[in-house]
Write a protein that binds this ligand. Structure first.
Ligand code: ADP
Length: 459
């Protein structure tokens, strides 16, 4: 089967969150199961072209396209994904992509991804390569299913192609003003009179994709159910229910070449389930790295997260004193909204030497935390799939999660009596529920060392 995989991020070239991981891992897994896969993504200014052997394709240089009332040019660069014969094509247009970050709030954000989508289809035409499946991901590629059935429907190359739209987070909907319709080159009638492109008086690339894709997937079975409800649908629940026969939840996988404690090149001591005691060396190394003094037999709590409202960081605020009154250390790696960054910095000052807030993006440190922490926290308000709890499980680091989306599908709450479960979870989105679950995890950590009956809160 031939699969074209269109994405706005892909590890190891560019990653801001889980989509980057999946876009690096899934094409590789498809290739290993016999598919021919080509990945398409924008050539952002931050991508290190030389490090990844990315080269311009001479025949695909300075291709003209008229879009958004502008005469534009793009070129196509190419490399292959590490460890697999997956071709990766980069759409180069410095005018749009040489900016500080992959996603912006600039007024031409719509144009940046209109160009990407049209240029990707035009590149497929020039390659004369007819995909069986065009796999679109999130709003940045949401118009591809529309284009295939309208502006590009004349091209027999795509005659047998079917589109799949994967929703990695329903909270990001690519909503633009009505004027974007003209820029897209799509028929205005598709927008007018509550047409398929229209969503609450805006042009939503995601809604358009949901209406036109042949199939829709999302990244866990629970999230597939949740997004069809008012509580979790972010306003798209009705649209999704109208396509429920074509919507499926498939749990993300993880790349065990990259996330594997037996061969992780970032961590101090590699280990397996049989040599779990080696985790202690990684804990010491992590704490040394973040200037926290190691304390024998004290558990380390860890977080690696985008600092966005969705992630439940606000739940920590009222209980941070209580958590830090327990015999624990705490390491947080994250970046994002200022309110959460400020709270974490303040906590670092208050609990100097026991709490570290590393504000920024750091891939290496994310591996050190995954291996060195004992307990990994993900108190998300919603979580489409979540990868960090799966990485933690792979590294013998016990996840504490809120039971939502993919967290509910992967973490089974530990039952003391039956000694079953692989982590700890709670239902209610509240600080109290999070605190009691952390306490439970910490108590059980200590009981494994000092025997039943030990209560960390009282020590
Ligand atoms: P989301 O896609 O909502 O951000 P996921 O759990 O699906 O959440 O994926 C997050 C990915 O991004 C993980 O690979 C995680 O390790 C990584 N990540 C998030 N924040 C950081 C950071 N500050 N530094 C390094 N990696 C990060």
């Amino acid at each position: 089967m031939k699969v074209a995989f269109l994405t706005s991020e892909c590890f190891p070239y560019v990653k801001t969150g889980g989509l980057g991981d999946v876009a690096g891992a899934l094409p590789k897994a498809l290739y290993q199961s016999g598919c021919e896969v080509k990945v398409f993504l924008p050539l952002y200014g931050g991508i290190k072209v030389q490090d990844h052997g990315i080269k311009r394709i001479d025949e695909f240089s300075n291709i003209s396209v008229h879009l958004a009332g502008k005469d534009l040019n793009f070129s196509v660069f190419h490399t292959t994904l590490p460890g697999a014969e997956v071709e990766v094509y980069f759409i180069d247009c410095p005018y749009y992509y040489h900016r500080n970050l992959p996603y912006t709030n600039d007024s031409d954000e719509d144009e940046r991804f209109l160009l990407f989508q049209n240029a990707s289809l035009m590149t497929l035409q020039r390659l004369k390569w007819a995909p069986d499946v065009i796999h679109c991901n999130d709003w940045q590629t949401g118009l591809i299913p529309v284009y295939l059935k309208t502006n590009y429907a004349w091209d027999r190359l795509f005659g047998e192609s079917r589109s799949l739209l994967s929703i990695h987070n329903i909270g990001y909907q690519g909503r633009f003003p009505e004027s974007t319709v003209a820029k897209s080159g799509l028929d205005r009638n598709l927008y007018l009179n509550a047409g398929p492109l229209e969503f609450h008086s805006t042009f939503s690339f995601l809604k358009s994709g949901i209406m036109y894709a042949d199939k829709i997937s999302t990244v866990s079975p629970t999230y597939a159910r949740e997004i069809q409800t008012e509580e979790y649908g972010a306003g798209m629940d009705g649209v999704l229910r109208s396509r429920s026969n074509d919507l499926i939840g498939i749990l993300n996988g993880i790349d065990i070449d990259l996330w594997n404690p037996a061969k992780d090149k970032f961590i101090k001591s590699q280990y397996t389930a049989e040599t779990l005691e080696m985790k202690e060396e990684n804990k010491k190394n992590l704490l040394e790295r973040v200037n926290i003094e190691y304390a024998e037999n004290q558990p380390v709590l860890g977080i690696v997260s985008r600092l966005a409202g969705q992630k439940g960081i606000n739940l920590l605020q009222p209980i941070i004193n209580h958590i830090m009154s327990l015999p624990v250390r705490f390491v947080v790696l994250g970046s994002g909204e200022e309110q959460y960054e400020q709270f974490l910095s303040a906590a670092e000052s208050s609990f100097e030497g026991r709490f570290c807030a590393y504000l920024g993006y750091n891939n290496e440190l994310s591996h050190l935390i995954t291996a060195g922490a004992d307990i990994f926290l993900m108190p998300s308000r919603y979580e489409p799939c979540g990868l960090n709890q799966m990485y933690s499980l792979r590294y013998g680091t016990v996840p504490v999660v809120r039971k939502t989306g993919g967290l509910a599908d992967t973490v089974m709450d530990y039952h003391e009596y039956y000694e079953k479960g692989n982590g700890f979870s709670f239902n209610e989105y509240s600080s109290a529920a999070l605190l009691s679950t952390i306490q439970r995890a910490v108590d059980i950590y200590y009981q494994k060392i000092y025997g039943a009956g030990y209560n960390a809160a009282e020590c």
